[in-house]
Design a protein around this ligand. Structure first.
Ligand code: MTE
Ligand code: MO
Length: 254
């Protein structure tokens, strides 16, 4: 019969990758208590990660929509973006900064060389339409690890090249954000390809977010900069995204 203690030990070893000391009699030294405390914290984090790991449904190539609607801004139309697009994004760089030990400046070639994932998923816009497409891109998690995310970082912010609304005097840059569980989700990628071809301008060239467990407005297009922050309060209107801010403003006065 497997005792509760030994099965707990096996569980701990399997989940955490280390084994508690072999002695059955508990003689706790300070350092044992400290490492048990650390293990408990780790277990909590591992459980949150597992809980946050539910996968969005994936489809087959036969399911891909013949026409994928483009929505929101279809071209940032700033002189800077136009110059990048004219040069095929050869001089474009993705900046990764904020609460990281090693800020990065990545070319498209760097992103192509990073650990990648391809996924066929359904995009759902709150306006009431859905399309299925295939996305290929660099996994966000390894890039954040490469940058050396600091322990104080709690959210990842995506700063985009486009302003919204494009013709308004009070235009604001589009942005979005993810918490760390979603940032490290296996289906969270920085997509540079759509349906096997370089990302078209209307769909966010040269780089857009695919965070598949979220609605369309989370899928930030035209990403220029990724910033690790502790709090979303000072970013945009403080609600984690351009449309999140706007909904708040829209409903606040009612
Ligand atoms: N930078 C930026 N990202 C954006 C938007 C935008 O206007 N600007 N629109 C959002 C909305 S509401 C949707 S539905 C999708 C549309 O992506 P698509 O054009 O590839 O269909 O992008 C999202 N990401
Ligand atoms: Mo949308």
């Amino acid at each position: 019969m497997i005792s509760r203690r030994s099965s707990l030990k096996a569980l701990g070893a399997a989940a955490l990758g280390f084994v508690l000391s072999a002695c059955d009699r508990f003689t706790a030294s300070d350092s044992t208590l400290r490492s048990l405390g650390a293990a408990e914290g780790l277990t909590r984090r591992v459980q949150r990660l597992i809980g946050g790991r539910a996968m969005a449904r994936e489809f087959t190539r036969a399911d891909i929509s013949p026409m994928f609607k483009a929505n929101g801004n279809l071209n940032p139309a700033t002189p800077e973006y136009a110059a990048h697009a004219a040069a095929g994004f050869a001089d474009w760089r993705l900046v990764v900064d904020g609460l990281v030990d090693r800020p990065l400046s990545l070319s498209l070639a760097d992103l192509h060389a990073a650990p990648a994932r391809t996924q066929i998923t359904r995009h759902d816009c709150v306006e009431g339409w859905s399309c299925i497409g295939e996305w290929t891109g660099a996994k966000l998690g390894p890039i954040l690890q490469q940058a050396g995310l600091r322990p104080t970082a709690r959210h990842i912010v995506f700063h985009c090249a486009d302003m919204w609304p494009a013709a308004d005097a009070a235009r604001r840059p589009y942005y979005e954000s993810l918490d760390l569980i979603d940032a490290f989700h296996p289906q969270t990628i920085l997509a540079y390809q759509m349906n096997g071809r370089p990302l078209p301008i209307e769909h966010g060239a040269p780089l857009r977010l695919r965070a598949e467990r979220h609605l369309g407005y989370k899928q930030a297009k035209y990403i220029m900069r990724i910033e690790a922050v502790e709090s979303l309060d000072p970013i945009g209107g403080g609600h984690g995204g351009f449309w999140e801010d706007r909904n708040y403003e829209r409903y606040a006065g009612i």
